[in-house]
Write a protein of this length. Structure first.
Length: 200
């Protein structure tokens, strides 16, 4: 999964990764959420998608007030328990720590078991959380982070960080159709919330 970034792309991603870490460390709200997720010790957990996108695009638009995320996507990978109850337990654990956050924890090891019923398409089993991030609908939101025990940040960005920091909304064809992609950015009011974003 992912793309070959080339030397320039890798250099940009390294610079953007430093900027992303700085934004996260300077956001009390984001650090609070990451610390809560870390305390749950979910296997191979990552937080990404809207939480990270909003943080970066709000900063680039120079917004003083943060755009609230509809929910906080927590991807974890537990191949030993593929039951729906595993997701329920993870969400309950997260809510017990931060009840004011709309948590959406999903065991990526089990996605293939319910994806067809929900989205009408059969998908292969995922083998890691990192592989899961690479299937998310837009390249800019295929970015996730984990707060490690030493407070360092692990960043997973299979498509690099250019689209995120250069404010380009681009479809990731791994799972969503063009029609689904268009419906998503209309429903999320991307152009209204962040008018500098280029939608391609």
């Amino acid at each position: 999964m992912g793309i070959l970034l080339g030397v320039e792309g890798m250099m940009k991603t390294a610079v953007y990764a430093q900027q992303l870490r700085s934004l996260i460390y300077n956001s009390d709200a984001t650090m609070r959420i990451l610390a809560a997720a870390r305390s749950c010790s979910l296997p191979n957990w990552l937080i990404g998608a809207g939480l990270i996108r909003n943080l970066v695009w709000d900063h680039l638009h120079e917004y003083e007030q943060p755009t609230p995320a509809r929910d906080v996507d927590v991807a974890f990978f537990d191949a030993d328990d593929l039951t729906p109850e595993r997701d329920q337990a993870a969400n309950a654990q997260l809510r017990s720590i931060l009840p004011d956050v709309e948590w959406e924890a999903t065991n990526q090891a089990a996605v293939h078991l319910w994806y067809r019923e929900q989205f009408g398409k059969t998908v292969m089993p995922l083998t890691s959380g990192e592989m899961a991030i690479a299937t998310w609908p837009e390249t800019a939101t295929c970015t996730a982070v984990r707060l490690e025990a030493d407070d360092s940040l692990t960043i997973v960005a299979p498509f690099g960080l250019q689209d995120l920091f250069e404010m380009t909304l681009r479809r990731n064809p791994a799972r969503v159709t063009v029609a689904q992609y268009r419906q998503r950015y209309q429903d999320k009011r991307i152009a209204e919330k962040w008018p500098l974003v280029k939608i391609v």
